[in-house]
Ligand binder design. Structure first.
Ligand SMILES: Cc1cc2nc3c(=O)[nH]c(=O)nc-3n(C[C@H](O)[C@H](O)[C@H](O)COP(=O)(O)OP(=O)(O)OC[C@H]3O[C@@H](n4cnc5c(N)ncnc54)[C@H](O)[C@@H]3O)c2cc1C
Ligand code: SF4
Length: 521
C-alpha cells in the first residue's frame, strides 16, 4: 500500500533558510509544515529594553522564552536568535553581499561558479527582505566616518543596506513591498531598538515577508515545539518520521510524531548541527557524512564597546547598524547600537586588554583597576549606558575552522583547521582606540572573551557544508544531504566559506538557489 504522508515537507526552524524554503515549497504546491522552537512575537510583545531578560533571552530552565540565545563553547561564544522568524527577530538588519574572495574559498571552492550562480538569488533575497540603504546617519555613524577619514578610508565609508521600512516615521501604510499582499507596515523612527525586537512594525522580519506569504500559500507554522528525532519511516522506501515536543514547558512535553516525504533542516548552525549529530550517533540517520559538525566558521570577528565619558551624547539613535567601512583588505567594521535604556551589556564587560595568555591579560586588567578605577568601575554606575556607547563589530574573511562534536552531556568544540579563532585582532583594537579618542571614551570587551581567549560571534556558520561527496561534506551543491532522499540543509550550517560580513542575505540567497532546483509538485 502507498504510504500516506501528513506533509510533503517538514521544515525544522523558521529562520532565514527555513522561511525561504517554506514560501518556495508552498508556491510549488507542496504541503508544508514549519516547526519552530521559539515563540511567536508581535511588535507589542518585545521587551522595551534588554533588562527584561524574560522576554529578551532564551533560557528555558529559568522560564525565559525570549529571542536571544547565548551558547558558550571552549573556542567560541555564540549569540543566536530564537522564535518564529529565527535570527531576524533579534538581528541588526544589515544585508551586505560578501566580497569576491568568499565565493572562491572554503569548502565549496571550485564546485560551481558561486558568484555568478548566486547573483539572481541575491537580487531576489534583497527584494524579499526589503533591503534599503540606511538613509540617515546619527552620532555613532558620524564617529565611525571620522575614524574612516583618519585611517584614509573615508571614500569607502558607506551606509549598509538594511531590512527596514523607511516610510514616514510612525505612520502605518498598506504593505509597501509585495503589491499589497503583505502586512501593513509603519515607517522607522530610528529608535535603535532593532536588536531587542522592533516595537514599531518597521523592521522587515521574516514573519512580515517570507513566512507571511508562505502562510497565505497554505504553509502551517507551529511554534514552541522542538524537533528531537528525524528518522526514515520503518519498512518504507521513502519518507521520514519526525518526533517533536513542547519547548516552553519543562514538564508537559507532549511528544508527537508526524510523517513527511521530505525534510529541510533549518535550525541554524546550533539547531541543525546538534540534530544531525544526534541522529548520526543514535543511528537514526546512519548514512550521514562523518563531516557533520566539521568546518564551522566564526566569521573571525571581534566585538568592542566604547563608552564615552561625556554626559550629553546619544549613540542610541538610528537603526542598529547604520554604517560600515573596510579598514583593510580582509575586514569590515560596523557601528552598532542598542536603543535607549538597553544597558545590560555593561555588566559582562571588562576594559579592553590584549595579551597572548590569561596571566598577561589579568595583569593588565589589574593595572587598569589601579590606574583607571573610576573609568572602569564608574562605568557600571553610568546612567544611560546605551546612549553613551558605540559598539564596534569587526569581521574578517580570513579562514579558520572549528568542529563541534557530541560530548556526554552537550556539544563541545575543537579547532580543526587554521589558527584558533581569537578576539584579539590588532586592526579591531586600532579602530577601537581611534573611536575612544574621537568620543573621549574607554574601550571595553566581553569579559568572557578576555578570560577564555575565545571570541564571541553573532555569525556562526557551517557544520553541514557543501562538498563534492560525502567524504568531504554533508550536502551537495544543491544543498541536498548525501545519502538521503528529499532531505536538505538550508540555513547558516550550509555556508561553506567565511564571508567576513553579516551572513543573513547570503543564507537567504543560497536557500533561494537550493529551492529553485526542487521541481513543482
Ligand atoms: C544580536 C544579533 C545581531 C545580528 N545581526 C545581523 C545582521 O545585522 N545581519 C546579518 O546578516 N546577520 C545578523 N545576525 C546573524 C543572523 O541572525 C543569523 O546569521 C541568521 O539568523 C542565521 O539564519 P539561519 O537560517 O541559519 O537560522 P536562524 O535564523 O538561526 O533560525 C533558526 C531557527 O530554528 C529554530 N530551531 C533550532 N533548532 C530547532 C529544533 N530542533 N526544532 C525546532 N526549531 C529549531 C531556532 O529557534 C531558530 O528560530 C545577528 C545575530 C544576532 C544574534
Ligand atoms: S530603528 Fe526602531 S523603528 Fe527602526 S527598525 Fe529599528 S527598532 Fe524598528
Amino acid at each position: 500500500m502507498k504510504q500516506q504522508f501528513d506533509y510533503d515537507y517538514v521544515i525544522i526552524g523558521s529562520g532565514f533558510g527555513g522561511s525561504v524554503s517554506a514560501l518556495r515549497l508552498s508556491e510549488k504546491g507542496y504541503k508544508v509544515l514549519v516547526i519552530e522552537k521559539g515563540k511567536w512575537y508581535k511588535a507589542k510583545d518585545f521587551p522595551k529594553t534588554n533588562w527584561d531578560l524574560k522576554k529578551w533571552m532564551w533560557l528555558p530552565i529559568f522560564k525565559f522564552f525570549g529571542i536571544l540565545k547565548l551558547t558558550v563553547f571552549r573556542h567560541v561564544s555564540i549569540l543566536s536568535g530564537v522564535g518564529v522568524g529565527g535570527g531576524s527577530l533579534v538581528y541588526a538588519n544589515t544585508l551586505p553581499i560578501p566580497s569576491r574572495n568568499f565565493f572562491n574559498s572554503g569548502n565549496w571552492k571550485g564546485l560551481a561558479d558561486w558568484e555568478n550562480d548566486l547573483k539572481t538569488h541575491y537580487a531576489t533575497a534583497e527584494k524579499m527582505l526589503g533591503a534599503t540603504k540606511n538613509p540617515k546617519f546619527f552620532d555613532a555613524d558620524i564617529t565611525l566616518k571620522n575614524v574612516a577619514n583618519l585611517m584614509g578610508k573615508g571614500d569607502d565609508f558607506d551606509a549598509p543596506n538594511v531590512a527596514v521600512y523607511f516610510g514616514e516615521a510612525d505612520k502605518e501604510v498598506k504593505d509597501p513591498f509585495f503589491n499589497g499582499k503583505g502586512p501593513n507596515r509603519v515607517g522607522c523612527d530610528f529608535c535603535g531598538q532593532c536588536m531587542t525586537g522592533c516595537p514599531n512594525n518597521s523592521k522587515n522580519t521574516l514573519d512580515k515577508n517570507y513566512l507571511y506569504l508562505a502562510q497565505k500559500k497554505g504553509a502551517q507554522i507551529i511554534a514552541e515545539k522542538i524537533v528531537k528525532i528525524v528518522k526514515p519511516i520503518e519498512n518504507e522506501k521513502e519518507g521520514y518520521e519526525i518526533f517533536y515536543e513542547n519547548s516552553t514547558s519543562l514538564f508537559q512535553k507532549e511528544k508527537k510524531s508526524i510523517k513527511t516525504k521530505g525534510v529541510i533542516f533549518s535550525g541554524g548552525v546550533l539547531g541543525t548541527v546538534r540534530l544531525l549529530l544526534d541522529m548520526k550517533n543514535k543511528k537514526y540517520l546512519p548514512n550521514l557524512s562523518d563531516e557533520v559538525g566539521n568546518h564551522i566558521r566564526t566569521n573571525n570577528e571581534n566585538l568592542t564597546l566604547v563608552t564615552s565619558r561625556k554626559k550629553d551624547v546619544n549613540f542610541s539613535k538610528g537603526v542598529a547598524i547604520g554604517s560600515i567601512f573596510p579598514p583593510d583588505d580582509h575586514g569590515h567594521v560596523e557601528a552598532v547600537r542598542y536603543g535607549e535604556g538597553s544597558s545590560i551589556w555593561k555588566i559582562p564587560i571588562f576594559p579592553m586588554v590584549y595579551g597572548k595568555n590569561i596571566f598577561i591579560r589579568i595583569f593588565r586588567l589589574l593595572k587598569e583597576l589601579v590606574l583607571h578605577p573610576i573609568d572602569w568601575l564608574g562605568m557600571y554606575f553610568t546612567k544611560n549606558y546605551a546612549n553613551k556607547t558605540v559598539i564596534l563589530l569587526f569581521m574578517q574573511h580570513l579562514d579558520s575552522t572549528i568542529k563541534l562534536k557530541r560530548g556526554w552531556f552537550n556539544l563541545s568544540s575543537k579547532v580543526s583547521s587554521g589558527p584558533k579563532p581569537t578576539p584579539f585582532i590588532p586592526m579591531a583594537k586600532t579602530i577601537a582606540d581611534h573611536v575612544a579618542k574621537e568620543i573621549d571614551g574607554k574601550a571595553f570587551m566581553m569579559s568572557i572573551d578576555i578570560l577564555t581567549g575565545a571570541p564571541s560571534t553573532a555569525h556562526i556558520l557551517g557544520g553541514a557544508v557543501i562538498a563534492k561527496d560525502k567524504s568531504e561534506g554533508v550536502i551537495n551543491i544543491n544543498q541536498k544531504v548525501f545519502g538521503y532522499q528529499n532531505m536538505y540543509v538550508c540555513d547558516g550550517a550550509a555556508m561553506s566559506a567565511n564571508p567576513g560580513v553579516n551572513p543573513s542575505l547570503t543564507i537567504t540567497a543560497m536557500s533561494e538557489r537550493a529551492m529553485s532546483f526542487i521541481p513543482k509538485k
